[in-house]
Design a protein around this ligand. Sequence first.
Ligand code: HEM
Length: 463
Amino acid sequence: MERLAALTFGQTLLAVFSLGDKFREVQRLHEQHGPVIRIGPNHLSIASPETFSQIYVKRCRAFLKSDFYATIQPGIGPKYSGLFNYTDHQRAVAERKDLQARLSPAALRQYEARFLPILDTLVAVLREKRDVDLFAYFKFLMLDAIGDLAFDQSFHQLESGEEHQYVVDFNNAFMLIGLQTTFAWIIPFIPFLPSQSLKDAYYGLQRVFKYAQTRVDAFLNEEKPKPGTLMEAFLKDGKPKDPYTRWHIALAGHGFIIAGSEASSITLTYVLWLLVKHPHVQRKLREELKGLPQDYKSTDLASLPFLDAVLKETLRIYPPAPSAMPRVVPPSGAEIEGVYYPGKTIIAAQPYTIHRDPNLFPEPEIFRPERWIEPPPDRRELMNQAFVPFSAGQRGCIGRGLAWIHMQITIAKLLENFDSFKLTKGMTDEDMELVERGALAKPKATKLSVRVFPKEVPGFAVA
Ligand code: HEM
């Protein structure tokens, strides 16, 4: 355990909590002190891709999610926990098995028919505009799409140009999650406190649950429901199957909206920004897209290596979930790569750091999609193992395939419909710095202001 002694507890806490974003401080500490550092009394951070793979993939049944996950659920108590919060591995695996059929490649192809009209609305709206905040529109797009997928009804924000009350409410309610980790006992007393913002959060969360339950009831009461929602995963003969209830389905739907919308909109925002900042990459991507058939589908896009490389390189440098994902070392302790970890230690690896391993990604801060095209044979597998924006293994992101399709089609449609995007005056590189805001990390300015130049006739020709 010699490497652990590199940092004292006091030094670590000071460094991690006193300055800037936690993921960046942890990265800095790894650069200074090596691949294993202490970031809390009983809490280690690991910077090795192999150890990442051991914890999250190969031995994930033994390294369970820590109690931290119970503190980030949308209400207090077991009643409110969803898949993301489960620390019980068997329970999570069983629920994931039920969901898998709805997220299989075949189901996603069927789902595409639901997504395309929503994306067409985005394109139509943008074609009418001149200066837009693309981040705001990508948020509308992904929320409308996941609302439709989870609850069989889009929020129609692209059409209205306004946030749906459900979205306003759950954004306000994030404040309660902060309270849950510190002063949970205060929450039931909020209606009696003189704070309007706390009341907004409290009543907002109740409206969120009400909306979710109303949507589930409406779906279950339909005679011929339109196929392709995630709710179907929890049903048999049109009714909730054991062990699920209507409440469970409502909570799961809400969980999908939170987990499945913003990360994709953040990634799309970074892709567009990087394409504007690297015109040669944009040209090369347009060249590749030119080969698509006119009525292309996600299956056509799946075989485009450069599109894949652009997305991967974007997520490598700007993972929307860059921070540690805490797991508990099994009670008997564990040895990984020659380091012994005592039982019950909280151990975590953060994608932000794994993605910056200079042995696998030379000049890690440089955006170079080409590094994913024909990488050196001895590095290819290791690079893929170290690409973990969705985490990995049995508790990795269940929506990865869905997110990939959403992002691929959206990029293709935008390049097909617009000649170019120019940053609006005043948009700086600093505005796009990745910073932690709530559960995710996003551009510091929380906007991407661009002027859009629609094509008269859609197509992939370079202007
Ligand atoms: C670019 C888009 C996305 C990124 C970067 C992303 C990232 C992640 C990461 C890193 C985790 C693991 C978190 C942890 O262990 O603490 C995760 C879990 C999860 N994601 Fe995603 N995600 C994305 C899109 C989606 C979508 C579209 C959905 C579904 C509609 C989704 C649903 C979930 C769920 C339910 C979990 C919890 C799985 C479990 O605990 O078993 N995500 N995601």
